[in-house]
Design a protein around this ligand. Structure first.
Ligand code: AMP
Length: 221
């Protein structure tokens, strides 16, 4: 099963991806996580990506596409994968279509996760993350057992640099300008599944599973 998750920042892509990769036993490829790991380790890729990310802009396509193509060659992708945060531009989507055709591993579905702008702003400004394992928290609704410390790994909980108010608005603008056109691209390919993710964390997982299972059953019929 090969899935793409589309949706604005703060729409809950990461949380849904974490559930689905566990259920379907497929690789989780989050381009944001790969960039953040490289920034932390101060690799050449991290140094190049850092200023774009902190301004709420997209990392250039040439860099991002090469990075994802590389990741897809790792053996854990042979059993399927979930792309979380890629593609985000039309050239990225076209490059993905080409690379998957070469790999004979076509997309099963594209989940278009929608939430209102108000929800995005509210969720991102109250989001905190573990600096070690990346787990998400929320200062109102998902509070760690010990303040400032991750329940899972004991790492320090921080606010992401790009979750500051001005950067959140820029990330939303970037989404509307560059990523929204992909909804039409994938609708035309017959791959789009609409998912309203306005509700509580985890509330759309069952709906998504039923849609994916129906699609797999049709493919196998
Ligand atoms: P995310 O964690 O998915 O919100 O990504 C954090 C940031 O990483 C984004 O705001 C972009 O600056 C960068 N980024 C992640 N995925 C991509 C992509 N597919 N293309 C370009 N930049 C990306």
């Amino acid at each position: 099963m090969q899935i793409v998750l589309l949706g604005p920042p703060g729409s809950g892509k990461g949380t849904l991806a974490t559930d689905l990769v566990r259920i379907y036993k497929i690789a989780h490829i989050s381009t944001g996580d790969i960039f953040r790991k490289n920034i932390k380790e101060k690799t050449p890729l991290g140094l190049e990506a850092e200023s774009y990310i902190h301004q709420g802009m997209l990392v250039p396509d040439s860099v991002t596409i090469r990075m994802v193509e590389d990741r897809l060659t790792q053996p854990d992708c042979n059993a399927g994968f979930m792309l979380d945060g890629f593609p985000r531009t039309l050239p990225q989507a076209e490059a993905l279509t080409d690379v998957l055709a070469r790999r004979r591993q076509p997309l099963t579905a594209v989940l278009n996760i929608s939430v209102s702008d108000e929800t995005v702003i509210e969720r991102l400004s109250s989001r905190r993350v573990c600096s070690v394992c990346g787990r998400s928290y929320n200062i109102y609704s998902l509070i760690p057992k010990v303040e400032g410390i991750c329940d899972v790994c004991g790492g320090k909980i921080i606010q992401r640099a790009d979750d500051q108010p001005e950067t959140i608005l820029q990330r939303l603008r970037t989404y509307y300008d560059q990523t929204l056109p992909l909804v039409q691209y994938y609708t035309d390919l017959g791959l789009l599944i609409e998912v309203n993710n306005e509700g509580a964390v985890g509330s759309s997982t069952d709906f998504v599973m039923s849609q994916l299972d129906a699609r797999l059953a049709r493919e196998q019929a």
